[in-house]
Design a protein around this ligand. Structure first.
Ligand code: ADP
Length: 365
């Protein structure tokens, strides 16, 4: 797939309570929940420390810092960090995204209106059009663009000087960035999924900002079901708050968080209905696999793409499902998670028809 194709995530159901991408409601509340300074930003120690050095050095030199690339899955804090970078530099920030820049002219218009030292946040930078990307190379390196005026043989390139600015690019797919673009960033921060204890701190912080009373066990319960993603933790917190206010006195305890998330069909490990349906079909209908993606998708009544892009990444990450050349197979942990017993190991000497299946089963002990 070319980096410029539309992102499959855009074509997938966006109404999942566990979706990592922001929905309309998220966007409205997120502004209030974003940490504003580097030391308020929870977790991502390495990125934070490195970035802090980059920013301090720039401040000392009194110059714009190197361009920054932030890579990692959605909802981990890339937009938040870009805003923190601007705040720490005391600089204004302009926010746009790759899909919004389809023509080089769109980019030229943005670049030429930047003020000195401004931070330009370019989300989904891997989805920019090729001509815009080429214009960006020159802008990043020489703070200059060539604006083409006219067409055909009479076309002329008019050089345009740009004020020094800092580009903060964000991408969910660093591997898709062409090397010439990647090389023009002086600093790359790889964002990792958050540990449960870090997410628990995110939940506590957001609860305080939303005026929700929550105890540590309640915050831990939400954190454990949030798939390592602060955006999901914040969304689950809001759903739990609704439940606590409607069914109880508004206080969030572990028991109330667990009850609420059961209503929203988010299980103790952060799997939702679709994830469990995929595992359930794989185990009950296909004995743990291997089974082809399209067969599995038909069994759960979803498009193959939905199963592959929405359910599988998390199941693979959790070690519940593996993609093999022969098809999808369940791991021993998947049988345990759904409380099912894997098929017996075949008698000694028998040749298993599905070696991966029996390997998984015997691993389960
Ligand atoms: P991305 O740009 O990577 O998709 P965002 O920066 O929009 O993610 O973050 C999504 C939400 O998660 C924001 O509302 C923000 O408040 C919260 N968030 C992300 N990272 C952190 C963090 N490290 N500490 C606290 N809240 C965070």
């Amino acid at each position: 797939m070319s980096p410029y194709d539309s992102d499959p995530a855009d074509r997938l159901p966006a109404d999942r309570v566990l979706a990592a991408a922001a929905d309309g409601e998220d966007q409205a509340v997120e502004a209030a929940l974003r940490p504003k300074q580097l030391d308020e930003f929870i977790g991502q120690e390495r990125v934070r420390e490195q970035l802090s050095l980059v920013l301090q050095a720039a401040r000392k030199r009194g110059a714009a810092p190197d361009h920054v690339l932030l890579s990692g899955p959605p909802g981990l804090g890339k937009t938040t960090l870009s805003m923190i970078i601007a705040a720490e530099l005391n600089a204004p920030i302009r926010i746009t995204s790759g899909p919004a820049i389809q023509h080089a002219g769109d980019l030229a218009a943005i670049l030429s209106s930047l003020t000195e030292g401004e931070v330009l946040f370019l989300d989904e930078i891997h989805r920019m059009s090729r001509p815009a990307e080429e214009m960006l190379y020159m802008a990043m390196e020489d703070f200059r663009v060539d604006v083409i005026v006219g067409k055909g043989p009479g076309a002329t390139a008019i050089p345009l000087e740009l004020p020094p600015f800092t580009l903060v690019g964000a991408t969910t797919r660093a591997g898709l960035l062409p090397p010439p673009l990647r090389d023009r960033f002086g600093f790359t921060g790889h964002m990792e999924f958050y540990a449960p204890a870090e997410l628990q701190r995110v939940v506590h912080r957001s609860a305080a900002l939303l005026d929700v009373e929550i105890d540590p066990a309640g915050a831990a319960e939400i954190a454990g079901r949030s798939r390592g993603t602060p955006r999901i933790a914040n969304r689950l917190l809001r759903r739990v708050r609704d439940y606590a206010q409607v069914k109880h006195d508004g206080q969030v305890t572990q028991e109330i968080a667990a009850q609420a998330l059961q209503v929203y069909e988010v299980d103790a490990r952060g799997l939702d209905r679709l994830d469990r349906a995929v595992l359930d079909a794989l185990l009950r209908l296909f004995g743990g696999g291997p089974v082809g993606l399209s067969t599995l998708a038909v069994a759960v009544g979803e498009e193959a793409e939905t199963v592959e892009e929405v359910a599988e990444p998390f199941l693979v990450r959790e070690g519940l499902l593996a993609r093999t050349p022969r098809g999808r197979i369940a791991t021993a942990a998947a049988w345990a998670h759904l409380g099912l017993t894997p098929p017996q190991t075949p008698p000694r000497g028998a040749v298993p028809a599905q070696p991966e299946l029996f390997k998984g089963a015997s691993d389960a002990g």
